[in-house]
Write a protein that binds this ligand. Structure first.
Ligand code: FAD
Length: 413
């Protein structure tokens, strides 16, 4: 109760591309005190650990390596007058809004006008993937590999296996190249790469086997990894000798604060439930970036941060419509992983359409149908691919203030 109190107009939790993009834009819109609360030693988010390109095309019209991109975002925020507070971990979110924080000077309470949650994502580590076998050293996620290689100049292994073919898996490959590490293989349980097919040219050119339809079933080794067992979809098994494993991707929203607090979380996306303004179930809280939609490029998250900043500024002036009654969008097909935003509020401004991101979990071709009971109100052809998304543009006129639910279905062709 005797904690120090820090007051500000907007507090941003997380200094990644989304948080820094929002902070800089808020200052540009004339908002007084904007504080970015970042638990690490410096703001910049994931790109700070990611010493390879491509970052920055959308924001700076140049292709930058991650740390250079993070430094530019930080410099832009500082030049705009943002109060960046590193080594500051938000430990709880409460109504008010009030944030409990841990700082180098002890605990404090932050009491802002509005809060933006932009805490990003984490990859699924070995423990959550339920892979059998021993528990030797040398099993990492891409993020852990990158902080070892780029921030600590360490080389954790020489011949690892990379599990996954998402974009981040190729980031793991580039990180290995930077450190002189030669992966043995990339292993993917699906029959096509999760990223673009052309991306697999990169490992093949470097002599790295790309094994599709293949699952890693067991890890071997006592102190260090000595090998892995793989099972092909046909049932054939193979042992691969290796000295490390990178479990890449399978991102999950870093939404612990929302979950432990009073903010409604969408069980499908893992992130906070938001309306089209990025507003959470407590309308003093907003959210942006990867925590809403695991996982997108840095440029998209930055863009979303900028757009959400404009809505936060509008909210501070009392210019957003009340959030009480909304139309909910409910997906009804296994191939639809989630939709964001999940709630639509009638806007007082003449906006023609509201974009909704639909993310898929599997492969299919067909039509997305938005229905009000039995009445179809919108349809769009869609090619569903795992981890890809399409944007559905919902006409503003169909958003009603009666708290109804619209069903989103997928009809395969
Ligand atoms: C390994 C890897 C490689 C990638 N490579 C590329 C690439 O080449 N090009 C590209 O465009 N994108 C790439 N991406 C994606 C890109 O990095 C992310 O999309 C982007 O960083 C997301 O921005 P964000 O602001 O939403 O979250 P993040 O960048 O994750 O930032 C979230 C921030 O919140 C902080 N935080 C979390 N919890 C708290 C708390 N409780 N208190 C205080 N601070 C907290 C974290 O420390 C972090 O700094 C890559 C991602 C990964 C993981």
């Amino acid at each position: 109760m005797n904690d120090r109190v820090i007051r500000c107009d907007v507090a941003i939790v997380g200094g990644g591309p989304a948080g820094l993009g929002a902070a800089t834009r808020l200052k540009g819109l004339g908002v007084g005190h904007v504080a970015v609360l970042e638990r690490e030693a410096a703001a910049g988010g994931v790109p700070r650990h990611c010493g390879h390109p491509p970052f920055g095309l959308r924001e700076f019209r140049r292709i930058l390596k991650g740390p250079d991109y993070a430094a530019r975002l930080r410099e832009a925020a500082e030049a705009a007058g943002v109060d960046i507070r590193p080594h500051t971990t938000v430990t709880a979110v409460e109504r008010g809004p009030v944030l409990r924080v841990s700082t180098p000077n002890g605990p404090a309470r932050v009491m802002p006008g509005r809060v933006l949650l932009a805490t990003g994502v984490r990859e699924t580590p070995r423990s959550a993937r339920l892979v059998s076998g021993t528990r030797p050293m040398g099993v990492l996620t891409t993020g852990a590999l990158q902080s070892m290689v780029y921030l600590k100049s360490r080389t954790p292994f020489a011949r690892p296996v990379i599990v996954g073919t998402e974009l981040v898996s190729f980031s793991a490959l580039l990180t290995c190249r930077h450190a002189g590490i030669r992966p043995v293989a990339m292993v993917e349980a699906r029959s096509r790469p999760t990223a673009w097919r052309a991306a697999t040219l990169l490992p093949r050119m470097r002599g790295v086997r790309v094994l599709m339809d293949t699952e890693l079933t067991r890890i071997e080794g006592t102190d260090r990894v000595s090998g892995v067992m793989l099972r092909h979809v046909s049932g054939r098994e193979e042992r691969l000798a290796c000295d490390g494993i990178v479990f890449s991707g399978r991102f999950a929203s870093e939404s612990t604060l929302a979950r432990m607090g009073h903010i409604e979380v969408d069980s499908a996306s893992g992130g906070p439930v938001i309306d089209q303004f990025g507003r959470c179930s407590d309308p003093s809280y907003f959210s942006a970036g990867n925590m809403l939609h695991p996982a997108d490029s840095a440029g998209r998250c930055w863009q979303e941060g900028v757009e959400t900043a404009e809505r936060i500024a509008r909210s501070l002036q009392g210019g957003l419509p009340v959030a009480d009654s909304a139309t909910a969008i409910r997906p009804h097909a296994p191939v639809i992983r989630y939709v964001v935003p999940q709630r639509l509020v009638p806007d007082v401004r003449p906006v023609a359409e509201v974009p909704i991101r639909v993310r898929f979990s599997g492969e299919a071709r067909g039509t997305l149908l938005l229905r009000d009971g039995e009445t179809g109100i919108l349809s769009q052809n869609a090619r569903a691919l795992p981890e890809r998304q399409i944007t559905l543009r919902v006409p503003q006129r169909i958003i009603r203030p009666d708290g109804d639910t619209l069903d989103l279905v997928f009809r395969e062709s």
